[in-house]
Ligand binder design. Structure first.
Ligand code: DAH
Length: 356
């Protein structure tokens, strides 16, 4: 009988001359020849690590082919045992080598796959986080406030629920004045209204701060009115300047300065006589605007504070005089941004708001 030579190179059972050895040995050798090479080939076919493990168990597991062949060595003669043992060990080494080769290949492929799948293309453009911004009304308000602060006006505020006295009486709006009409004014409880304008803060400021004073107020006002150009809630800005010997020239100077700062230096303004119960004389300020194709457009009401209003605030009209003005912030924003429907400003439609 030929002894298998060299390690790692399993000797083919065919090298054992036929007829030599016990029938058990011959059967075992035949089985090794029949089963080991296909097992090695099978490892090479495993499509993933899980399947490779299945195959491993089939060959090397407790009930595996090789294990079973190992058990059958017990039936061999003492001289045959080492021959078969060595042969079997050599084949086992071959099997394990094939198994490990496939395992390495599958692991390398899995790693390459996951690297490929998880790869990040750092040259792709980034996703810019969308940042919020102030509402166009707030932007407009802040812009207006900044201009007046630059001229020395300080910011005051007043309540949105106002007494009838502050909202009307004190401003020289008599009880039968149409502005008080139930259809225009939201009445809350007795003697209280949702302020219909920011003008009541004129009184509150004069009663709180000793003259001379220069104040502005911005805030929400309410009127029972609703269409494309009127909203039941809108925003106004009020201005008041009180000092000795204030004239209409001061009023014009301040308001022209404001309009030029807000709309640009070349905008044309004109003061048109008007009427408000709380100012005398009263005027409306128009600007020449592209919005109305160069026509004139009204932007605010103004005038010299009425003596009755000064008296209502406890000031002596013989000593103190002043001017006041009020404008609609929504309207200013609409003119500036070309918005044609006031309702867009309160609908909170992001497609609209994102444009500012
Ligand atoms: N309060 C007026 C309004 O709601 C606007 C106004 C006009 C305010 C003339 C003033 C003023 O201070 O002098 O329409």
């Amino acid at each position: 009988m030929t002894t298998p030579e060299g390690s790692g190179t399993p000797t083919s059972p065919t090298l054992t001359p036929a007829g030599e050895g016990s029938p058990e040995l011959l059967a075992l050798l035949a089985e090794i020849a029949a089963k080991v090479p296909p097992a090695c080939e099978r490892f090479a076919e495993a499509k993933d690590l899980a399947q490779l493990e299945e195959f491993r168990i089939e060959v090397l597991g407790k009930k595996g082919v090789l294990t079973e062949m190992n058990a059958r060595m017990g039936a061999l003669t003492p001289t045959e045992k080492p021959i078969a043992g060595k042969l079997l060990n050599n084949h086992k080494a071959q099997v394990i080598h094939a198994l490990n080769a496939r395992k390495d290949a599958l692991e390398a492929a899995a790693l390459a796959n996951s690297l490929q799948a998880e790869s990040v293309d750092v040259t792709l453009p980034g996703v810019r986080p969308r940042s919020g911004h102030l509402h166009p009304i707030t932007q407009t308000t802040l812009e207006i406030v900044k201009i007046f602060q630059g001229m020395g006006f300080r910011v005051e505020s007043g309540p949105e629920i106002e007494t009838e006295w502050f909202n009307f009486e004190a401003l020289n709006v008599p009880a039968d004045h149409p502005a008080r009409d139930m259809q225009d004014t939201f009445y809350t409880e007795r003697n209280c209204v949702l302020r219909t304008h920011t003008s009541p803060t004129q009184l509150r400021s004069m009663m709180r701060i000793a003259p001379p004073l220069a104040v502005i107020t911005t805030g929400r006002v309410f009127r029972c009115d609703s269409d494309a150009t009127h909203s039941p809630m809108f925003h106004q800005m009020e201005g008041l300047y009180i000092d000795r010997k204030v004239s209409m020239a001061h009023l014009k100077g301040v308001l022209n300065e404001f309009i030029r700062a807000y709309y640009g230096p070349n905008i044309k303004t004109r003061f048109r006589p008007s009427f408000f119960p709380f100012t005398e004389p009263s005027a409306e300020l128009d600007i020449q605007s592209d919005v109305v194709r160069g026509g004139w457009m009204e932007v605010l009401g103004c005038g010299m504070v009425h003596p009755t209003v000064l008296r209502n605030a406890g000031l002596d009209p013989a000593e103190w005089s002043g001017f006041a003005f009020g404008l609609g912030i929504d309207r200013l924003a609409m003119i500036k941004y070309g918005i044609n429907d006031i309702r867009l400003l309160t609908e909170n439609d992001m497609r609209f708001l994102r444009q500012f």
